[in-house]
Design a protein around this ligand. Sequence first.
Ligand code: ADP
Ligand code: MG
Length: 496
Amino acid sequence: MERHTSDCFYFFILKLRMSSAQCKDFWSKIMKKIEPQVQRAQLITWFKDTALLGIEDGNMIVGLPLPMFLNWHLEHYKEQTLKTAKELNSDIQQIVYKVDISLREDSARTIDLLSLFPDKKPRKLPGRQEVKIGEGLTGKMLNPRYTIDSFVVGACNRLAHAACLSVAAQPGGKYNPLFIYGGVGLGKTHLLQAVGNELLRSKPNGVVLYTTSEEFTNQVIEAIKHQKMEHLRRRFRKVDMLIIDDVQFFASKERCQEEFFHTFNALLEGGKQVIISSDRPPQELHDVLQPRLKSRFERGMIADVQMPDYETRVAIITDRSKDYEIFFDRKVMEFIAEHVTDSVRSLEGILMQAVAQYELEHRMPTISSITEIMQKLAIDPHVKKDDKKDIGFELPAKRAPRFEDVLEGVSRYYSISIQDIVGTSRVRQIMIPRQVAMYLGKRYLRMSLTQLGQRFSGRDHSTVLHAVSKIEKKLNEDTQLLREIRAIEEEVGVHA
Ligand code: ADP
Ligand code: MG
């Protein structure tokens, strides 16, 4: 669609003097210069699928893949982009933005930002999943992402975090053994592994044995079966830190418990750090643990983790979205934090789905797309009915779209304020969204022309009629407008 204003949606027939390879090259140079000044997640979000379309008479024509990018660029990046471009080519005087949604599927013109700016942080687990401590004794790899720094602290987990910090600084010191308990998905594994990672960082030759109670039990059972317990005990002497996750699954076999007791005692006496997690406090583990093992744990340091409060949840989302390299609107983050109320894991689950939607379908996370994800997760046929309370969020109630929803949808899509949409400005950039809002109101909300007119600064019904027919007519010939309207309809939840 061609649109004309001095600043945006400006379009003219391009006589490209630059080849597309030259355009790409120049745009990469600009990206490289901008990159150090912009947060990586922001850069990837807002420059993904953008392209330099050409330079003509001092105008640098920049293609944007979605209308909602336009105001964002005008507000946040125009000045910086222009300044950088001028430094590289002094002929450039102006930037002209052009929305071209075909850029989203056009890797010939756009740059692969992810490979241009590879992530410096390690993101994947190394291939080796197991760490061999010695014959018959193996542990699991620690996930490098689980660090003390990446753990967001709030009232819900402050004590546990402080205890872990202290143990990391002084393993085998006064908090030994350390016992962390709390519900599923609240950060126990994260904290436990963070202490292990910290020990390995400060002491690269240290030996950390991280394992789950089931695996640990299996190894002990194997050793007992093959009469190699003496051998296994010797292996334990090599360990500086023993971390056993989810101790509630300990086998209550008499002989195993006996071995555990001796192993723990030997480690503790040898000044080795022992860290344990469980879904409940030691005093509630009587059906799993022998009394003397239980009381051994009770004598150590005990701290719980609980569901983070709203502010901490927002902080976790902010942090994780940086890792996922996706930009979430503040309102969207708050919406997620408000609804996901019983585990950090389900909170992450929703973020990951939103990232997938963004990467695969180029859908920005919005309140309505997140609601959709929540609804999808809640009706997952794999989730048993009884487990539903573990899904971790309250489902926002579904209600029929209202006129306000249409206004919000249009406003978000075109990045134009609601006041502007219902206001009186005659700038083309605002006129089209306004006409679209009128069209949607008429088509889906059964509002009369007069009612609609009142909502748009008291316009009379003939003005509304004119706008609606204009859009209807345009839709027959303008496929981009059609796609825009479909996207807004989807966002608002109205359908043809
Ligand atoms: P648990 O072991 O208690 O079931 P996890 O440690 O596996 O829970 O946590 C689930 C996910 O939530 C992990 O990806 C973890 O990084 C994340 N997480 C939990 N709590 C926090 C927190 N306070 N700050 C940052 N990430 C957290
Ligand atoms: Mg865990």
